[in-house]
Design a binder for this molecule. Structure first.
Ligand code: MTE
Length: 320
């Protein structure tokens, strides 16, 4: 099968989420996704031709307000008040308040390195130009919890194709903004700021990899990485860098924030792998936020059918 198994589901946007969230969706449209209305109402839509694909199994078709396993969306309040964002705080429940006044306009995203057409994108142009799709993805944090989040975004591949990667480009580096005057967590000199992450070019070009600009039908709240963040659903949450200002294509594997801090704990790949324990925690199970018990963690966070081929021939106990 091809990289995408997302199915366009023709539904009314008012059916996707409860009413108050539907209103937020309207606000999002008003705020800048002109021309995106047709795409935004399609839950979990992939590329236009993906609708004709054979899905892995009937039970895996995403339903309204649920992921393709039938798991319900994590409530908006939980997604926006339990955040990892070390530039603001290491206390997950403190981030939302501390990030409240963070300035996300004006915002420029620079895309360069080994590309034929390096460019600076204004965030407003990105919102206008790339139709936003709703993608309901599970986010699995290495700390052992998970959420189901209805992102609004577009495939990173679209942006990368526009700058025309050179043949020598093999990796993609993502750099988050560093503004100590607005980000109190950056006072800690223990961390190797700025936050940075990396993907192999084929991972970055995969249809599941998106740049997200919103969630639950509204623009991204600051604490979730406004105005633009990466989402790579088959990898642990820390790969999904927030508030990105620079994307650079490179020949060498880029350094990553967590790999610099603890290389024996955080490898470059960071695929969700229940068989490979983190030195301090088992990764075999997870606690879905809002649930009391623990559930088994799925290989590649449940996206194995779409992404396992990217790693054929690799020993994923070594390439963790
Ligand atoms: N991006 C930046 N710039 N700074 C961070 O501290 N934390 C990461 C990732 N992206 C982080 C970041 C981690 S550990 C996780 S689990 C996710 O963001 C959390 O995203 P969420 O708060 O939207 O759930």
């Amino acid at each position: 099968m091809t990289s995408s198994s997302w199915k366009t589901v023709p539904i009314q946007s008012s059916e996707i989420t409860p009413k108050h969230l539907y209103l937020r969706r309207r606000e999002f449209l008003k705020l800048g996704t002109v021309g995106a209305a047709a795409a935004i109402v399609a839950a979990c839509s992939g590329s236009a031709d993906s609708t004709s694909e054979v899905l892995p199994s009937a039970t895996r078709i995403p339903q309204i307000g649920k992921d393709e396993y039938g798991d319900p969306l994590t409530p908006y309040e939980a997604i926006t008040n339990y955040n990892n964002y070390y530039e603001f705080s290491t206390n997950k429940e403190a981030v939302a308040k501390l990030a409240k006044n963070f300035q996300t306009r004006p915002w420029t995203l620079e895309v360069g390195g080994l590309v034929a057409k390096p460019r600076q994108f204004d965030i407003e142009d990105i919102l206008q130009k790339y139709p936003q799709e709703e993608r309901i993805y599970r986010l699995r944090c290495v700390e052992g919890w998970s959420m189901v989040i209805p992102w609004l975004g577009f495939p990173l591949a679209k942006l990368l194709k526009e700058v025309e990667p050179l043949g020598s480009a093999r990796y993609v580096r993502f750099i988050s903004v560093a503004r100590p005057e607005e980000m109190p967590g950056m006072r800690s000199s223990f961390y190797p700021w700025p936050y940075q992450e990396g993907l192999r070019l084929d991972e970055a070009m995969h249809d599941l990899t998106i740049l997200a600009l919103g969630l639950y039908g509204e623009l991204l709240p600051n604490q979730n990485g406004a105005p633009i963040r990466l989402v790579v659903p088959w990898k642990y949450g820390f790969k999904s860098a927030k508030a990105i200002v620079k994307i650079e294509l490179t020949e060498q594997q880029p350094q990553t924030f967590w790999n610099l801090i603890a290389p024996h704990e955080y490898g470059f790949y960071s695929n969700v792998n229940p068989q490979k324990p983190h030195p301090r925690w088992s990764q075999a199970t997870e606690r879905r936020i809002g649930e009391s018990g623990r559930r088994p963690t799925l290989m590649f966070n449940g996206y194995a059918e779409q992404v396992a081929h990217l790693y054929s021939g690799m020993d994923l106990m070594q390439a963790y």
